[in-house]
Design a protein around this ligand. Sequence first.
Ligand code: UDP
Ligand code: MG
Length: 319
Amino acid sequence: MKNISIVIPLLNEEESIPELIEWIERVMNENHYSYEIIIVDDGSTDNSWEIITKLNAQNPDIKGVRFRRNYGKSAALNEGFSKAQGEVVITMDADLQDSPDEIPDLYKMIREDGYDLVSGWKKVRHDNTITKNLPSKLYNMVNRKLSGLKLHDMNCGLKAYNLEVVKNIEVYGEMHRYIPVLAKNVGFKKIGEKVVQHRARKYGKTKFGLERFVNGFLDLLTLTFVGRFSKKPMHFFGVWGVLFFFLGFCASLSIGIHKLWVLYHGGHAPLVTSSPYFYLAILCMILGVQLFLAGFLGELISRESRDRNLYSVKEVIGL
Ligand code: UDP
Ligand code: MG
């Protein structure tokens, strides 16, 4: 078994690859690690794949997977994870913004200090744009609140994992921003961070625009929700459904009783439909039924997919 698998997702980074790989090889050799480098070409349209092929011819520990088209960083990481075989898996960006010199310390934190996952923290950033630094701070604050993980830089490309972690999570959609949350949801507890150097992008330009904030936030909501309620949707929808229905029911009842009461005493009772309360009461009842149904359908769906990776086994004995 190799000591380290390095997984590198890559989209059009032809200028950076040779320099990055040379640097990684240097660090690996200096520290006498056995390693493999898995480069996942996420549908590059430049010469990246030709370069990867050449690198593999020189050093068979450099391996490549090429996607038929651009599927996104999450898909690339997921593919790399499925192929990785090393005791420790390290992910890093291909654009030379992450420094391979951090690898030995990250490796030790996993192997010696027993961390399941260590996330890099770009304490000093070199993106030099207000559109990146400030939103990123805010973003991480919201992340900390919602996810309950005390990480300063959840979306750092440089991370280290115990092999078991990457084999037990599925990085889909744009979930690469929340891998620590994915790991936590599966049940990995020792999740830490390490301050890492961050460098300015030397070649090419960033592949992510402003839309990442909207998508990222929606993904976080999905994740928090899935983590808490995916196995018991009724606990969320059911509670609100019953509550709304009960409220609406009581309100309609009291409107009806009030009308009868007035009529009984010979007064003049206006039509119930002329009161806004009537509509609010009905709205509440309809909402209640809808929510309840959503929970019920959720339960049925989660029952169907129970055998599909909703839990993760840690150990087995006597089987
Ligand atoms: N990347 C990828 N697929 C994509 C977009 C990006 O594999 O669809 C890779 C990219 O080549 C780089 C890493 O993901 O290695 C991080 O991308 P980038 O540097 O553009 O992000 P930033 O550092 O600006 O957040
Ligand atoms: Mg970058």
